[in-house]
Design a binder for this molecule. Structure first.
Ligand SMILES: [Zn+2]
Length: 159
């Protein structure tokens, strides 16, 4: 018996507007504030590790993630979207499926296509900050890191 193919991910946008309007959302806190200062987020969140959702709608999940030196994420991959990050502080390393290792620092972008396990670590001596851009529901498929063997089989995360 073969495994049935998974259905393609459908994007269903039911909340549409009919014309130009002033901003209809004026949140005083994240997500979806009109104006966010990264400095304010860092100050409010305090010592790392932490992550905070800054923007969230049917197409966008933007999360600011802080790690102290030596810490990182749980290696995982995504089925139906490519993920990318803007590095705002620190020095980070991406270990990817296939033996690829990338280091990045402030003002750099990393883009990882769907299907590739990404294990991200702060390899610097200071706080790292990265802005992650994903697409909802951003299902995480956890998987051991091919490079370093790190594994964490905790509950599946949706973020
Ligand atoms: Zn990811």
């Amino acid at each position: 018996m073969s495994t049935p193919a998974e259905p393609a991910t459908a994007l269903n946008i039911s909340d549409v507007v009919s014309g130009p309007i002033p901003p209809r959302v004026t949140n005083a806190a994240w997500p979806n504030m009109l104006h966010t200062r990264i400095h304010d987020v860092v100050e409010k969140m305090g010592p790392p590790p932490w992550s905070v959702r800054l923007i969230q709608d049917e197409r966008n999940l933007v999360t600011l993630i802080a790690n102290p030196p030596g810490s990182g994420n749980r290696p995982h991959w995504h089925k139906d979207f490519d993920e990318w990050w803007v590095i705002l502080a620190g020095r980070l390393q991406w270990e990817l499926t296939g033996g690829v290792v990338i280091e990045a620092t402030r003002d750099e972008l990393i883009w990882v296509p769907r299907g590739t396990v990404h294990h991200i670590k702060n390899i610097g001596d200071d706080l790292s900050l990265r802005m992650a851009i994903a697409m909802p529901p951003a299902v995480h498929y956890f998987h051991p890191c091919e490079q370093c063997g790190y594994t964490d089989d905790g509950p599946r995360a949706f973020w």
